[in-house]
Ligand binder design. Structure first.
Ligand code: NDP
Length: 293
């Protein structure tokens, strides 16, 4: 079975569009997302464009600031302070990676945790680890939503995550082992410290791959009937056409016949990431997550 992230994301956006109409009619609130891009990384430009377009589609206000690569950190922090104060802006997203002279952690710390719709502020990271309400990073939240719909209860299933980055590996592992009805999985995390991935990945009922290495995972890594979530997005040149195309970390053609379900690249996790960003921004606008403050 193919896990169709594109279709699920479209359904979520349609739902969200209706929720936004209600929110505007009942409370006069239009969710607003501020997007900040520093520098001219081509992939980041594509992501920011897609995020702004998705905002328009669901009826959000979106503000996009594109700053040159040499922008001083102070200027970036000024933008964030202004948006922290703005009643029209409910979510703030700083597209990563930032140029080297800007300290990523300083910038993330400056974002009001109630507007941190990427879920990267240490307060939200801490909330996720502690099992408290907060913003969950978008890619892990999107993965959980796909698993909920296509796999069902994860309780007791063995999930193996390959990758321990702060934006995918660590938060997805933290999300899936929480003692909550939609998680409660047994989670193993692999990284380059593993001499051989095969003995770990072959035990997985659900294998989540976030390595950033094109085609690193093949049939030998997966158990018959497993579910595979391929987070990787890698640009490679197709030798047949000479053109660039996107591929995952998993050798799809080889793995597909062996598994019970798998996400394609593109069209799997990618669209879900943006859909969850929109949901986080909607929740920031309603204030529902932070009612305890
Ligand atoms: P990082 O480069 O930050 O992390 C990669 C992780 O994979 C590291 O923890 C690294 O281990 C581990 N790893 C790499 N090679 C191996 C190996 N041979 N064996 C075991 N572990 C390995 O990447 P990200 O987490 O940011 O992203 C991963 C991929 O997901 C990328 O292709 C990225 O483009 C994509 N992505 C897709 C998103 C989407 O929306 N679909 C969103 C975010 C990312 P170590 O820590 O030891 O170095």
């Amino acid at each position: 079975m193919l896990i169709d992230g594109k279709a699920v994301a479209a359904e979520l956006r349609a739902q969200l569009r209706r929720s936004v109409e209600r929110l505007m009619a009942e409370r006069g609130i239009r969710p607003g997302l501020a997007l900040l891009l520093v520098g001219d990384n081509p992939a980041s430009q594509v992501y920011v464009r897609s995020k702004a377009k998705a905002c328009q589609e669901v009826g959000f206000l979106s503000v996009v600031e594109r700053l040159p690569a040499e922008t001083p950190q102070q200027t970036v922090l000024e933008y964030i302070r202004r948006w922290n104060q703005s009643p029209e802006i409910h979510g703030i997203l700083v597209q990563l990676p930032l140029p080297r002279h800007i300290e990523e952690q300083e910038v993330l710390l400056a974002i009001d945790p109630r507007k941190d719709v990427d879920g990267f502020h240490p307060e939200n990271v801490g909330r996720l680890v502690l099992g408290l309400p907060g913003f969950v990073p978008c890619t892990p939240a999107g993965i959980l939503e796909l698993l909920r719909r296509y796999v069902g209860p994860l309780a007791g299933k063995h999930v193996v995550v390959v990758g321990r980055s702060n934006i995918v590996g660590k938060p997805v592992a933290n999300l899936l082992f929480q003692k909550t009805p939609d998680a409660n999985a047994v989670v193993t995390i692999c990284h380059t410290g593993a001499r051989d991935l095969v003995p770990f990945t072959r035990q997985a009922d659900v294998l989540i791959v976030a390595m950033g290495v094109a085609g690193a995972i093949g049939a030998e890594h997966v158990k018959e009937g497993a579910v595979v979530i391929d987070v990787g997005i890698n640009r490679v040149v197709d030798p047949a056409t000479g053109k660039e195309r996107l591929v995952g970390d998993v050798r799809f053609e080889e793995v597909f016949p062996k598994v019970s379900a798998i996400t394609p690249v593109p069209g799997g996790v990618g669209p879900m990431t943006i859909a969850m960003l929109l949901w986080n921004t909607y929740r920031a606008a309603t204030g529902e997550l932070w009612s305890d403050r």
